[in-house]
Write a protein that binds this ligand. Sequence first.
Ligand code: NIG
Ligand code: FE
Length: 409
Amino acid sequence: MRHLFTNIKTLFGIDQGNKKALRGEEMSRLDRLDNAWLMTEDGKIKDFGDMSEVPEVSIVTDLSDRFVLPSFCDSHSHLVYAAPRDGEFVDRIKGLSYKEIALRGGGILNSANKLRGMSEDDLFERSKFRLKQVIEMGTGAMEIKSGYGLDLKSELKMLRVIRRLRELEWIPIKSTFLAAHAVPAEYTGRKSEYIDMVVNHLLPEVAREGLADFVDVFCEKGYFDLDDTRRIVDKGSDFGLKAKIHVNQFNIIGGVPLAVEKNALSVDHLEIADEKDIAALSNGDCIATLLPSCSFFLSIPYSPARKLLQANIPLALASDFNPGSTPSGNMAFVASLACIKLGMLPEEAFNAATINGAFAMELAKEVGSIKKGKKANFIVTKKLPSLAYLPYSFGENHIEKIVINGKLN
Ligand code: NIG
Ligand code: FE
C-alpha cells in the first residue's frame, strides 16, 4: 500500500551515497530538500521529491510546517535488564562513586542478581515495554547487549530475549554478546576461569544458536584487561563476530589501539582519549561511538568530539541505555548533549545519531537516511523554526509523529 506524505517543510538526512560512515567535513553536511513529498510502499521508502511535481496516491498525510528526519539509530544499548537501580542513584547523590558502589556488590553484579532470578518471559515483557518507549522517542533501529547474566543460562536467557524483541519486527535490532561485562561473584579471584567458561562453553553455544551479531568486552581497570579482551575478541572473530568494545570510560588502558588492531567495528565510550588513541583511529574505519548521556548521568568527562572529528575519525552517537550509568534511551537528548557538551554542530549530531549509528550496527543498507528502498522509519517533528531548534530546546518533546515500517503512529 502506498502512502504519500506531502508539504514537508524540510526533508532532512537524504542519503549522501556513502559506502562508509561519514567523517570530517562529511559529518557537517546533512542533505535536505525543502517543500518535499515522501512516498512509502510496503514499509519502505518508495520515492521522494519536491512539491512542484507530486505523484497521485490515494492515502495522503499533509505534513505542512513539519520537518522529517530519519529515525535515530541507537548503536549501543543495554535495554534488556531486569530492574532499575534507583537505590544506587541515591547512594551516588550521597557521595559514593560508581566504582565504590560496584565494589560493594552493586553495579553490574546487582543487575546480574536481579536478572538471574527473573523468568525469560518476564524479562521479555519488561524489555518490550522499554523498546516501545524508545521507539516512541524516535529510535528506529537499535543494538542491544547481553552482559547482565554472566553465567551460561542467564546470558542465553538475555540473548533469547533480544532475539524475541527482534522477532517482533518493530525495528531492526542487532545483538551483541557481552558476557565479559564483569566477573560474576562466584568467580571472584578466578577471572581467567570465567573467561575460559565464556570462550569455551558460552560463546560456542551463542554462535551455534546464532544469538549474537557482535562481541563486546568492558575493557577497563578492575574489569577486563588487554589480554582478556584479546582472548575474547579473537574467539568472537573465530565465530564471525565483529567487535564493538567498551573502552576508555574511566581509564585509558590501551583498548583503543587493540580494537583497531583487531578491526573492531566500533570503540564505544571514549570519555577520555589520548594522542595514541587518536592516532590509532585517525583516518581508519573503526567508528568512535560517543555516549554523552553516560557522562551526564555519572558526572564523568565528556568525549573530546572535536579532536576526534579533526582527526578524521567517524563518530556515532548512541544512548548506552542501561540501569546503572544511563537510565535513558532518549536519543533526542543525546543529540542535545552532543551539541551542548561535545561541541558538535546539529548536522554533525544528527548524522552521528542516524547514518553513522546505522553503520556502527552494519545496518546502513536498511536504515539511517532517506533513500529509495530503505525502511520507511522516520520522525515527523512538531512545527519548529529550524533544525538547530531540536537540540537547542533540550528536554522538550519535538516529535509529533513517528513512522515505523511505513506506519504512521
Ligand atoms: O556502558 N560500562 C559498562 N557498562 C555500562 C554500565 C553498566 C551498568 O552500570 O550496569 C555502560 O556504561
Ligand atoms: Fe555500555
